[in-house]
Design a protein around this ligand. Structure first.
Ligand code: ATP
Ligand code: MG
Length: 652
């Protein structure tokens, strides 16, 4: 049974209610992560429809991912509202273009290209520009940016320079040529790409008054979620939908702008009140998602933000009860980090947190391999979201095919395993030294590094292993990865995690060079990296763990430092900073301990994070296993410390 309009409003706080009842004219909801923006707009639509003010069929709600659009439809259905169009920009545009194209151009809308990368490859070949898979991806990304930014091939060099675009490996004139050739090839084949879908809808609305009138009479109320991600072409489409009306509600958080490299711009959100002087502005500050401890970290990150996206600085106010303190941990290397995270995941699961409520997040896809391996070793189910699983990535698949081929042809040098694997990888153009490039070039290189370090691990464990043994190990891992996983821990990049929430979130690899990523050079690019970390932190409802490792490989000489963004949010005194170092030496294939040993919890083996834990030899996560007397002593000691304000009260 559908709720009454009053019941719909009763589920909102006063500011959310103000937004939900402001049904006429432009409305802008500016609010931070987890403050209930999506909730406010779905309730606003439900209130308007259930109270009879709007007809459901006249509402168009748009967002950016299929999943977010689906979630909006689910929330509306739960509120007893059906018939509202909740779609992504692309699907709304495609639907309109498919319907009206034949009326205006007397033919079907052209089909959508099945492989954009193939067209990019053809275009590059036509221009005699060398482009391997990574290069093709970079070029395709740049063409996408140009198209959503209304930049034509001829204007690319000037406008790309103005926008501060830099593409490693290709100069602007080259990109412009490949872009022009790509468009020519695409047109010759009579196909359109996803950016064209938006451009076709724009063309129909702008060129055919009949179409514009029909669409405008169908839709009267517009809502846009995650508006900070809107691109110029999407904004143009929205303007055309509206015509001279202004019944639009936009919702966004400039601090979550993480797609500016793909053409998104927070300026539309920030300038909304300038474009619509009569706009009602609602700010939400209460955070309903996360514990005060998590919110404090998020606010700490925001406080240091610079640049345009921080113009309307928002501070989140936590509403939930206290939770566990966020954990900051440094590990000796990535293997140890992955192992510790897998163990912590298992521990949470054994205490009743469902696996689907746990996420392990990282900056670049290549980082997922270590976690996939560590979780698989412990038999923990996982799902990789928004990215290919490690062994599904084209470069890794290509390398595996070559490795198999070498084993079949017995093309081994006998120089040891690691050397054989390097030789095979070298055939794909890979070198152990990092490329100067960025973006896809770098990601591809990192994936192959991960494959090479698998070989190095195996060589340490089994010095007699040969290439065939390595390939067999890889095959085993591939098979394990493809086992169906209905429910599991989410592994995702920070980008893919936006809009989602979990009880427990592990942010991993948060060191300089990864967050911010090496190729973030300009102050704006560095700020986008800070926002990415903010998005990651604000996904956590309760448990937040942030970690990094000093070197990539076991025994490596690297001296990586924690991300600069953490200095403002880590507990002072570096209590947890040394935690995981070198403690597992001996546990993993005889790796030598290189630094002092670290105290570990006697119950679960986790490194101990602070003095109070070291004193009793157990971690704060393990109170259930404390004997009563020990627990009381610890509690008493912590109370004393809290009174002296040496530890925060929530630790007690
Ligand atoms: P993001 O910026 O990450 O997209 P958001 O602002 O859209 O976040 P929501 O997803 O709408 O936030 O809400 C976050 C969580 O808080 C959800 O679990 C939601 O159900 C809950 N929530 C929002 N508003 C309220 C409220 N007034 N009372 C209780 N819970 C609420
Ligand atoms: Mg939302």
């Amino acid at each position: 049974q559908a709720p009454t309009p009053d019941e719909v409003l009763a589920a909102l706080d006063p500011e959310q209610r103000a937004a939900a009842t402001s049904l006429d004219g432009p409305l802008c909801i500016l609010a931070g992560a987890g403050t209930g923006k999506t909730r406010a707009i779905t309730h606003r639509i439900a209130y308007a429809v259930l109270s009879g003010r709007w007809q459901a069929q006249t509402v168009l709600a748009v967002t950016f991912t299929t999943r977010a659009a689906g979630e909006m439809r689910t929330r509306l259905r739960e509120l007893g509202v059906t018939g509202v169009q909740a779609r992504t920009f692309h699907s709304a545009a495609l639907r309109q273009a498919r319907y009206f194209w034949p009326q205006v151009y007397h033919s079907e809308l052209p089909p959508i290209v099945s492989s954009k990368l193939r067209f990019v490859a053809e275009a590059a070949a036509r221009c005699r520009v060398p482009a391997d898979l990574a290069g093709r991806r970079d070029l395709a990304g740049e063409i996408e940016w140009a198209k959503v930014s209304n930049v034509r091939p001829d204007d690319y060099p000037t406008l790309a320079a103005k926008a501060g675009r830099q593409l490693a490996g290709y100069d602007a004139a080259t990109v412009s040529h490949v872009f022009a050739a790509y468009e020519e090839i695409r047109r010759d084949r009579g196909q359109i790409d996803l950016e064209d879908v938006l451009l076709c809808a724009v063309a129909l609305l702008a060129d055919a008054p009949k179409v514009a009138a029909a669409i405008r009479s169908q839709y009267r109320h517009f809502v846009v979620d995650e508006y900070q991600d809107v691109s110029p072409v999407q904004q143009t489409l929205l303007d055309l939908w509206l015509g001279d009306r202004s019944d639009v509600c936009v919702v966004g958080d400039a601090s979550q702008t993480i797609y500016s490299f793909a053409g998104a711009s927070p300026s539309y959100l920030l300038d909304f009140t300038r474009r619509h002087q009569d706009a009602t502005v609602v700010r939400l500050e209460r955070d309903y998602r996360s514990t005060p401890q998590v919110v404090k970290v998020a606010n700490g990150l925001l406080a240091g933000a610079r640049g345009e996206a921080s113009r309307h600085r928002l501070t989140l106010r936590a509403q939930r009860p206290d939770g566990p303190p966020p954990v900051f941990t440094e590990y000796a290397d990535e293997v140890e980090e992955a192992d510790a995270v897998a163990r912590a995941v298992q521990r949470l699961a054994s205490r009743g947190t469902p696996l689907r409520e746990i996420a392990v997040l990282f900056r670049v896809n290549a980082q997922s391999e270590a976690f996939e391996q560590a979780l698989a070793e412990r038999g923990v189910r996982y799902l990789v979201r928004g990215a290919e699983r490690f062994f599904d990535r084209p470069e890794v698949r290509e390398a595996i095919v070559l490795l198999r081929g070498s084993v079949r042809a017995a093309e081994t040098s006998g120089a040891g395993l690691v050397a054989d694997v390097h030789a095979v990888l070298a055939a794909t153009g890979w070198t152990p030294e990092p490329p100067t490039g960025s973006g896809a070039v770098r990601e591809r290189w990192e994936s192959l590094v991960a494959l090479a370090s698998l070989a190095a691990d195996l060589a340490k464990e089994r010095p007699d292993a040969d290439l065939a043994t390595f390939v067999a190990l890889v095959e085993e891992r591939v098979a394990a990865q493809h086992a169906p996983a209905a429910d599991g821990v989410t592994l995702a990049t920070l980008h893919a995690a936006k809009g989602l929430e979990w009880d427990a979130v592990f942010l991993t690899g948060i060191h300089e060079g990864t967050v911010p990523i090496t190729y973030a050079e300009t102050p704006d690019q560095v700020e986008e990296e800070r926002r990415l970390l903010y998005v990651g932190v604000t996904r956590a409802r309760e448990h937040l763990s942030i970690s990094w490792s000093r070197s990539r490989t076991p025994g490596g000489r690297g001296r990586r430092s924690p991300s600069r963004f953490l200095s403002a949010v880590r507990p002072k005194g570096g209590a947890a900073s040394d935690a995981g170092s070198a403690g597992t030496a001996g546990e993993r294939g005889g790796r030598k301990a290189t630094t002092r040993s670290v105290a570990r919890c006697r119950s679960c083996g986790q490194p101990l994070h602070d003095a109070s834990e070291r004193k009793v030899g157990r971690c704060a996560e393990c109170p259930a296993t404390y004997d009563e007397a020990m627990f009381e002593r610890l509690r008493g000691w912590r109370l004393e410390q809290a009174q002296e304000q040496r530890v925060p009260a929530y630790c007690v």
